[in-house]
Design a protein around this ligand. Sequence first.
Ligand code: SF4
Length: 506
Amino acid sequence: MSGTFVGMPAFPTPAYPAFPEAAHEAVNNPTLRGNLRHATHTIRGKRAKAVAEVSDWAELREAGKQIKDHTLRHLDRYLVQVEESVTAAGGVVHWAADADEANRIVTRLVQETGESEVVKVKSMATQEIGLNEALEAEGIRAYETDLAELIVQLGKDRPSHILVPAIHRNRGEIRDIFAREMSEWGRPAPEGLTDTPAELAEAARLHLREKFLRAKVGVSGANFMVAETGTLVVVESEGNGRMCLTLPETLISVVGIEKIVPTWRDLEVFLQTLPRSSTAERMNPYTSMWTGTTDGDGPRTFHLVLLDNGRTDTLADEVGRQALRCIRCSACLNVCPVYERAGGHAYGSVYPGPIGAILSPQLRGTASEIDASLPYASSLCGACYEVCPVAIDIPEVLVHLRERVVQGGPVTRDGNKVVLRPAKGHAAERAAMRAARWAFARPGALRAGQRLASRTRRFHPRTLPGPGAAWSATRDLPAVPAEPFRDWWRRTRGENGENGDRGAAK
Ligand code: SF4
């Protein structure tokens, strides 16, 4: 973390260590692991109940997948439709190829209003581009208004969960943060603040209320954009989003280009699956929708910044593009055994957990230590795929990205085809795979090798030497059997498998 932190960490931070080192502290912190375990198990249990109530969940899941895939296949057309619809409704559309361009656009738009502060709705896209830092550099202060994001911002901390960014904080810590920091940012915490949820919520409400009433500029993201009407949709639970989206005179929304759904009918599917998958609610408490501007109702000026920042590069990858279906429900985090132990900070981006492990290396590339290590931050158990409401096969993408890291190969970066070199540090793995390919293509050699391994098994080491030592330090090497399977088969079933009792398992 930089010492000049002002809000959310910028996404393209190259200085994070590889995942195993980054996770080291969390894995050795029993309190943090206990908090994470309790929180993720509670949320996952509630989600399972909320999903089980819906008799056609499997169909909804498939429909969500199909809608997203269709939209991504025709993204060029739908983006143009969004631009036309938003413009016709009185909004102004801006296109941002990357984080720098998006930050420049938003900064200029705020400067043109003459304001020096903005209120923000929780938005992954603005965290991804490091908008708060970019605004601060130009003398504009951004106030996070979601309760958990407020805790993170006041605590000069980093979010560690998509839905519950302060999941790593307990109530005592939150009380201390409020008591210590609120006065630096506006209305101080009440005297004698305790750590009861009601008092903490009231302190946050009072602190934020004056900002809502004063701010002339609001900044948001959006969960969805409906192409046919140019309507943006924000779903939230606290009402802070509704305040940010309606009270300011100017509203600026930064939205990833993959957030489009073609029609309202399509939106209906996700308004059923998102709340149940994320907060385990049948319906989220606040669903705000706006279409351009309306005289006498809400902001007088509306700007939509359409953000690419690696998304079209991701779209070019036939296997990896399914990550763009993500609706940020966070269900995959709550079932992930790796996330539960490592926590969210180890993933080095605003996208932690399984979705972060496949999204960050695609949006940012695999050049940095952290991004090259993220595809390995998984046991490939498949729980993330099972719960994903848009059926993203995260294990499939993880394996695909591992292959890219180890083997290199063609990818699209900044719209250009480039060929990645194999990452350093995987030479032993590549050599082992080459040897396996050679042996499996030669049955005679494979048989001889298996017999040799069986006969010499008493001399085999219990741990691997060299780069394999880390692997065998926490695992038992499987014992080599006294007799290879093929020899056992031939001995017990005969050369053509005729001696065995094939009917036994009826
Ligand atoms: S990958 Fe699927 S489960 Fe994970 S956050 Fe995205 S939509 Fe939710």
